[in-house]
Write a protein that binds this ligand. Structure first.
Ligand SMILES: CC(C)(COP(=O)(O)OP(=O)(O)OC[C@H]1O[C@@H](n2cnc3c(N)ncnc32)[C@H](O)[C@@H]1OP(=O)(O)O)[C@@H](O)C(=O)NCCC(=O)NCCS
Length: 188
């Protein structure tokens, strides 16, 4: 398969934040931004893959600043990493107040997408042609995130958490929670 450059699939989506996207305080719901991120991740990944793609996982969604009604939100997406059938799309989200010209960086998130064939099976995607130091840095950072996620999953699965419940119950006493007597008896 011929490698495709990052520029081939780089995608920007800009949308005006209208009142129906907001809560009663005029702040945009996080889910609206997530939906826009999913759309731009789809467009970017499908352009690179030349196939229909599905969202598999999302990393790094931390909204640092609120987005207000009337602001223009731009989502800049590019393929950061390519595996065999999966690809990671990095998305930078900024919100601009057109009157003041102030631009806020609200978050940068990473969507893992998988290309599917006509039988709904994961299918190979073209390699990524890295042309700039930023392309290379983002590819390496995606590998690091993948390694960290694997190690996180290994250390934090539900079975282990359940097994350690009796041993760790004391930690709950310093937290803002209360245990019923019945639960205390079950855990003692
Ligand atoms: C993701 C999915 C395709 C994996 O299917 P599978 O039969 O387990 O296929 P594989 O094990 O070959 O994984 C395919 C790729 O997905 C990657 N992958 C699977 N689960 C992943 C996860 N949780 N996070 C990141 N990557 C993941 C694998 O590493 C592999 O990548 P690679 O080919 O680049 O090495 C399948 O679980 C699926 O279709 N999920 C539903 C996705 C969807 O419909 N999303 C829309 C939300 S409604």
């Amino acid at each position: 398969m011929t490698a495709k450059p990052v520029s081939h699939s780089r995608t920007t989506l800009t949308e005006l934040m209208i009142p129906s996207y907001a809560n009663f305080g005029g702040k945009i719901h996080g889910g609206i931004l997530l939906s826009l991120m999913d759309k731009v991740a789809y467009a970017c990944s499908a352009k690179h893959a030349g196939q229909y793609c599905v969202t598999v996982s999302v990393d790094g969604v931390n909204f640092r600043q609120p987005v207000e009604v009337g602001e223009l939100v731009s989502l800049m997406a590019s393929v950061n990493y390519v595996g065999r059938t999966s690809l990671v799309v990095g998305i930078k989200v900024v919100a601009e107040n057109v009157k003041t010209g102030i631009v806020k960086h609200t978050n940068t998130s990473y969507f893992t997408m998988v290309a599917k064939d006509e039988f709904d099976k994961p299918t190979e995607v073209p390699p990524l042609l890295l042309e700039t130091p930023d392309d290379a840095r983002r590819f390496l950072e995606a590998i690091k995130r993948k390694e960290l996620r694997a190690s996180y999953s290994e250390h934090f699965d539900n079975a282990k958490t359940r097994m350690l419940l009796n041993e760790n119950v004391d930690k709950l006493t310093s937290e803002r929670c209360q245990l019923t007597d019945d639960l205390k008896n079950q855990l003692s």
